[in-house]
Design a protein around this ligand. Structure first.
Ligand code: UD1
Ligand code: MG
Length: 532
């Protein structure tokens, strides 16, 4: 990593070997994610708080999987079941992720105690124990893979027992401080936690990021020796550095040039800071990949979203969850997509909200379209103003352009859904299906009382309430026949004018009577006052 500096290991040159890619043999990763996160003041475990739509813990787990493959253990404790579920959902065999070993730390007795719980996972089996462990905090979502690979390289090149990642901060408060030896090499002699630091140590600006590489033969034997004689009464993982140094082992360190990467999220302010940085990283990644953003600062893209080349995002577009957008799409302002897939060449106009839906190539939607889960909009279909759909499949080239609700509906190809069409899919208890065949023409203001099927090529006259199945190619019309009464309206108006006059007279009288009554009561009052 070109932006980092190796210290202590003065003999190590960064050009010794290229940063490795892929899984590293003999390496295991331990992610600590059992803590309560008191400083967040939250009912939710800290590591579950999302950063760019992804639980914080998944950043460390994802990084672990990329460097160590199937040898990743996560230590859970606070809200263990929820954290486990989030990890299960956030890692997928489909994507080629290996399963993650979950270890429970029943009592949160500190980071050293947390790591010790993972020992059984790596007990010597057929494969042998890992030669080296990468230990990650579950609350450092900004840490980059290339940094970790560089840290591993430095560890190896320095033949160190422990290698720590550090950063220089203007305000180091809250973090563990890195105490350097007085020797010429200025190696790390120990890490002192903020609450245990004396005034001199508190003035140190070099902090422990919470990312460590530790030799396999040293780690667990050192953890067994920890004691909780410190301000928090906890078993500190950081104490293994002092133990190693005391035993005359090498402790190497790598200082981050970009201290942002080392941000540990302990508070909501730090969460907001991490969010800003990750959001910018995501935007930069997609800009570099050929996506146009008219106003990047107001464009919100979650970590797992993917976007194709030459797609244009207008200001205030939000892409959430696992949304995937194809090439050459245009998304206009104030539109939000959550867990959707969108094909190529799709145009989505302003103010649309889509969730868990699938849109095929060259479809056009908006403005003001609401797609609730389970919608499929087929190729070249059109959905216009104020149309809401749910669990509905809109066939190729079909149109629902104005003011409609379509729920639990299967619509064929080339169908015209007239303005104001409503599928009445719910009887107050159960939901029912509507099926509309290819080439059907629904006139405006049609209601379809489900379950009902309209056969291919049928026409439904405007204003019809469809209560029975319509055969293919039939006309269905169900509305009261129209009657025109000549002169009726004019006579009514005349009558109304007369009636209005009478009403006006009555009103005047009432007002007059009310006034006189009021005046009478006022004068009575005045007379009473005089009498007193
Ligand atoms: C830790 C480091 C500190 C470093 C900072 C960097 C220790 C003792 N201190 O402090 O030197 O500067 O990270 O951000 O390690 N956890 C458990 N079980 C526990 C306690 C914590 O799994 O019993 C997990 C937490 O969920 C979290 C991680 O360990 O993911 C770090 O814990 P946290 O309480 O945030 O430690 P810091 O005070 O930030
Ligand atoms: Mg922390």
């Amino acid at each position: 990593m070109s932006r980092s500096r190796a210290t202590e290991v003065s003999a190590v040159k960064k050009s010794v070997s290229p940063v490795q890619q892929g899984k590293i043999a003999g390496l295991a990763v331990i992610v600590m994610a059992a803590g309560l996160g008191k400083r967040m003041r939250s009912k939710q475990a800290k590591v579950l708080h999302p950063v760019a739509g992804q639980a914080m813990v998944l950043y460390s787990v994802g990084l672990g999987l990329r460097v160590a493959g199937d040898r990743v253990a996560v230590v859970v404790g606070h809200q263990a079941d929820l954290v486990r579920q989030v990890i299960d959902r956030g890692t997928s065999a489909k994507r080629g992720d290996y399963p993650v070993a979950i270890v429970e730390q029943r009592e949160q007795l500190g980071t050293g105690h947390a790591v010790l719980q993972s020992r059984p996972v790596f007990a010597v089996g057929k494969r042998g124990a890992p030669s080296c462990y990468l230990i990650l905090n579950g609350d450092t979502p900004l840490l980059q893979e290339k940094t970790v690979r560089e840290l591993l390289r430095i560890h190896e090149a320095a033949r160190a027992t422990v290698t720590v990642l550090t950063a220089m901060l203007e305000d180091a408060s809250g973090y563990g401080r890195v105490v350097r030896a007085h020797s010429a090499e200025r190696g790390v002699s120990r890490i002192v936690e903020d609450r245990d630091a004396n005034a001199e140590e508190q003035a140190i600006r070099e902090i422990n990021v919470g990312t460590y590489v530790v030799d396999g033969e040293f780690l667990f034997s050192a953890l067994e020796k920890l004691n909780p004689s410190n301000a928090q009464g906890e078993y500190y993982l950081t104490d293994i550095i002092h133990l190693a140094a005391e035993q005359g082992r090498r402790v190497a360190a790598m200082v981050l040039d970009n201290p942002d990467e080392g941000l540990g999220v302990n508070t909501r302010r730090q969460l907001a800071e991490a969010e800003q940085v990750v959001r910018q990283q995501i935007r930069d990644r997609w800009l570099d990949a050929g996506v146009t953003m008219i106003d990047p600062a107001s464009t919100w893209i979650d970590a797992a979203v993917r976007i194709g080349e030459d797609t244009v995002l207008y200001p205030n577009v939000t892409l959430e969850g696992t949304t995937v957008i194809g090439d050459d799409c245009v998304l206009r302002s104030y539109t939000r997509l959550t867990d959707c897939t969108v094909g190529n060449g799709v145009e989505i106009l302003d103010h649309c909200v889509f969730a868990d839906s699938h849109i095929e190539d060259d479809a056009r939607l908006g403005p003001f379209v609401h797609l609730r889960p389970g919608v499929v909009v087929r190729k070249k279909a059109k959905v216009g103003n104020f149309v809401e759909m749910k669990k509905t499949d809109l066939g190729e080239g079909s149109k629902a352009n104005h003011l409609s609700y379509l729920g639990d509906t299967k619509i064929g190809k080339g169908v015209n859904i007239g303005a104001g069409t409503i599928t009445c899919n719910y009887d107050g208890v159960r939901k029912f299906q509507t099926v509309i065949g290819d080439g059907v023409f629904l006139g405006s203001d049609t209601q379809l009382i489900a379950p009902v099927t309209v056969g291919a090529g049928a026409i439904i006259a405007a204003g019809t309430t469809v209560t029975e199945d319509v055969p293919a190619d039939a006309l269905a019309i169900a509305r009261a026949p129209q009657v025109n009464r000549a002169g009726w309206a004019a006579r009514r108006r005349a009558l109304q004018i007369g009636a209005n006059r009478e009403t006006l007279n009555v009103k005047r009288e009432t007002k007059f009577t009310r006034l006189t009554k009021k005046q009478a009561s006022v004068s009575e009052g005045n007379q009473a006052k005089k009498r007193r």
